[in-house]
Design a protein around this ligand. Structure first.
Ligand code: 5GP
Length: 216
């Protein structure tokens, strides 16, 4: 997947960062993603397609593209997903075209996807993906957060708790790990990772020309 980013003050370009944030639901990932997007203007969100129903407050096209099983299967058949997976008895997928457009426009792309998606994306992008996992401070705290959200039934919450334990067990498939016991410091950590990844030598594509000019 070729991607080049024309955002450098010194005349070299850099490839956009594919930035994956995963965590059990309720660990604060959406808040972190929202704050990152507000502060980081070169970063855009990959909006997934899902077959689950809309929660109160969610907006179609912003939080997710909501579709039915038939619509989802149709997209799979047309190879329109970069990756997709079953999560909580529903299907979630990353539309390919949107990501390619963002990279072509010189953006970094933020993915809020699970460990299965992170794994698939890693393979598709030949390892050129930054994978960040956010832990909740404890499973008790996660339960409290899921309950206080008030959007899901007890059965759904229990299912999410067991799914969370499964999600946490895949922590070793990530490049970076953070604990969200304080949202501000967690966001600072995530921003530091993004800043460092943007500066990686391997992401700078016009470096040779720059070095030549520098040493002329
Ligand atoms: P929720 O239903 O709470 O919004 O999301 C449930 C889980 O699905 C979260 O862990 C989220 O990261 C994951 N998810 C959302 N979109 C995608 C996607 O496009 N692909 C994959 N693999 N997982 C996704």
């Amino acid at each position: 997947m070729p991607h080049t980013l024309p955002s450098d003050p010194h005349g070299f370009r850099r490839r956009g960062v594919l930035f994956v944030l995963s965590s059990p639901s309720g660990a604060g990932k959406s808040t972190i993603a929202r704050r990152l997007l507000a502060d980081e203007h070169e970063l855009e969100m990959s909006v997934s397609v899902t077959t689950r129903s809309m929660r109160p407050g969610e907006v179609d096209g912003k939080d997710y593209h909501f579709t039915d099983l038939e619509g989802f299967r149709d997209m799979v058949a047309k190879d329109e997903f970069l990756e997709w997976a079953h999560v909580f008895n529903h299907r979630y997928g990353t539309p390919r075209a949107q990501v390619e457009e963002m990279l072509a426009a010189g953006k970094d792309v933020l993915f809020d996807i699970d460990w299965q998606g992170a794994q698939q994306l890693f393979q598709i992008a030949g390892g050129d993906v930054v994978r960040v996992f956010i832990f909740p401070p404890s499973m008790e705290e996660l339960h409290r957060r899921l309950t206080s959200r008030g959007t899901d039934s007890t059965e759904v919450i229990e299912a999410r708790m067991s799914r969370a334990a499964n999600e946490v067990s895949h922590w070793d498939g990530y490049d970076y790990v953070l604990v969200n016991d304080d949202v501000d410091s967690c966001i600072r950590g995530v921003k530091t990772i993004l800043a460092a990844e943007r500066l990686k030598r391997s992401r700078q594509t016009g470096l040779i020309g720059f070095i030549r000019r520098l040493t002329r």
